[in-house]
Design a protein around this ligand. Structure first.
Ligand SMILES: C[S@@+](CC[C@H](N)C(=O)[O-])C[C@H]1O[C@@H](n2cnc3c(N)ncnc32)[C@H](O)[C@@H]1O
Length: 452
């Protein structure tokens, strides 16, 4: 019975993302809060439905267009989304029998006041259930990479152009793989409070990263195993890629750090931990709402004394900070093509022309970032994307525009990455992490030192 409500919540979330343009993680977080009374498995179920339907949306619409007389574009939004949720279950989830999926979709159609379309919904879903195997075979063997791997054609073409067919396929396949939860251990808290992580008897739930000793991951559904650790600040949620970027910048105890675009605070937290809570981190962001998260995260992890969140536009220079920072972290807004696995709505939302606009925006932020670095200090420039324009081209631009910047050899700092595809550029001070090569997001980092 509660599963009916879970589907109804999933429908509301999917409508908010696809019809109103809201962000999936924001919509899902609010739904999880609002429906905290639901059984954990129902909350996990609506989360799975929304994430999966967005992740596979292109394939779901293709299957619907194949099996319905009315094309998805012409359907009423609520019907389109009821069908998407249902086709996702029919094609990609084994746990719910086809008749139950169809019955629930028909019931939902009636509940949403569209009684007259019950027959249509029923007929389309019955046909998709009947043709399931041939639809899946047609998708997985489709000549177009985008359809084969549930990604807009322009993104697939761009990745093929930049990385070649085999690597583009690897990247897009990795985005579709199930994701566990990755956390960064708060060594400062462990040392101070004598706490052990993972607790005795629960070690088997966690896998320590071979590339970064502070990162652990768990397969446990919805990260339930991690909740109490996160709440007590023993760990914080962080992908391996972000932890590697901060390790590359090597923040040290007592340093003055500026984190230019800090929210929700992941890099600031990792830096504060490597600094063992000693020094100063000015954590700027343009969003007051997101700065509240930095504040919350810092307090929970015991770093309120070192992390100082502040509302500031990275495009505006703070003259009193020019030449003051030992380290500037410029983890900049970007197209987000490296995190499609966790935020699948990016592939539905992003426009190709935004890539050039974002690359230009990054240069405006980087100009100020360079100014804050003191002689002999470091700059970390990173993004969670995998496009040449935003990453390598902006790195080359920095070196050409600011002769006082030089690359930092990162081989010793990230010795565990030796032999990993893409790690050969660490000697030049940068790396493009690609999903599939390592169990992490697609991410770019580059570290520079300013001449003394
Ligand atoms: C990639 S996220 C930063 C992630 C963060 N460094 C972390 O590790 O948790 C980019 C951030 O840039 C912020 N941002 C966007 N435009 C900005 C601006 N003009 N000035 C300052 N921050 C900005 C966004 O609010 C967002 O929080």
């Amino acid at each position: 019975m509660t599963e009916v409500s879970a589907r109804s919540v999933a429908l509301d979330c999917l409508m908010a993302v696809t019809e109103e343009g809201q962000f999936s993680h924001t919509v899902l977080n609010s739904a999880r809060e609002k429906y905290a009374w639901m059984a954990p498995e129902d909350r996990a179920f609506f989360g799975r439905l929304v994430h999966g339907s967005l992740e596979r949306l292109i394939q779901l619409d293709w299957a619907l267009d194949h099996c319905s007389s009315v094309k998805t574009k012409k359907m009423k939004p609520v019907i389109r989304n009821i069908l998407r949720l249902s086709v996702y279950q029919l094609l990609f989830l084994d746990r719910v029998p086809a008749h139950a999926v169809t019955n629930e979709a028909v019931r939902l159609t009636e509940k949403r006041g569209l009684r007259g379309l019950k027959g249509f919904v029923n007929a389309v879903l019955r046909r998709i259930a009947q043709e399931r195997e041939s639809l899946l075979a047609a998708l997985s063997g489709h000549a177009e990479l985008g359809l084969r791997r549930a990604c807009p054609a322009w993104i697939a073409a761009r990745l093929e152009g930049q990385y070649g067919s085999a690597l583009a396929e690897q990247i897009l396949t990795a985005f579709l793989a199930p994701r566990g939860l990755s956390v960064h251990v708060n060594r400062t808290a462990l040392e101070k409070d004598g706490v052990q992580f993972p607790e005795k008897g629960r070690e088997k739930l966690w896998k320590r990263s071979a590339c970064c000793p502070d990162i652990y991951s768990t397969e446990a559904a919805e990260g339930a195993a991690a909740l109490s650790y996160i709440e007590s600040g023993v760990v914080f949620v962080q992908d391996l890629s972000s932890a590697l970027a901060v390790m590359a910048a090597a923040p040290a105890a007592g340093e003055r750090v500026i984190d230019l675009c800090a929210a929700p605070g992941g890099k600031s937290l990792a830096a504060a931990d490597l600094m063992r809570g000693a020094g100063e981190i000015r954590s700027f962001d343009i969003s007051e709402r997101k700065l509240a998260l930095v504040r919350e995260n810092a307090a929970r992890c015991g770093f309120a004394g070192i992390i100082h969140p502040e509302l500031w536009d990275a495009e505006a220079l703070k003259p009193e900070l020019v030449g003051e920072a030992d380290l500037v972290i410029a983890d900049l807004p970007c197209s987000g093509l490296g995190v499609l696995g966790g935020k699948p709505d990016i592939k539905l939302r992003l426009k190709e022309e935004s890539i050039a606009e974002l690359a230009a925006l990054q240069r405006r932020f980087l100009k100020n970032a360079v100014a804050y670095v003191k002689p002999g200090g470091r700059l970390l420039f990173s993004t969670c994307t995998i496009t040449e324009e935003e990453n390598q081209e902006n790195r080359r631009w920095l070196l050409a525009e600011y002769p006082e910047l030089g690359p930092v050899d990162l081989r010793d700092r990230l010795a565990a990455l030796k032999g990993i595809p893409g790690a050969d550029t660490l000697a030049e001070g940068w790396m493009q992490l690609l999903p599939g090569a390592l169990p992490c997001d697609g991410f770019f980092f580059s570290v520079f030192q300013k001449a003394r």
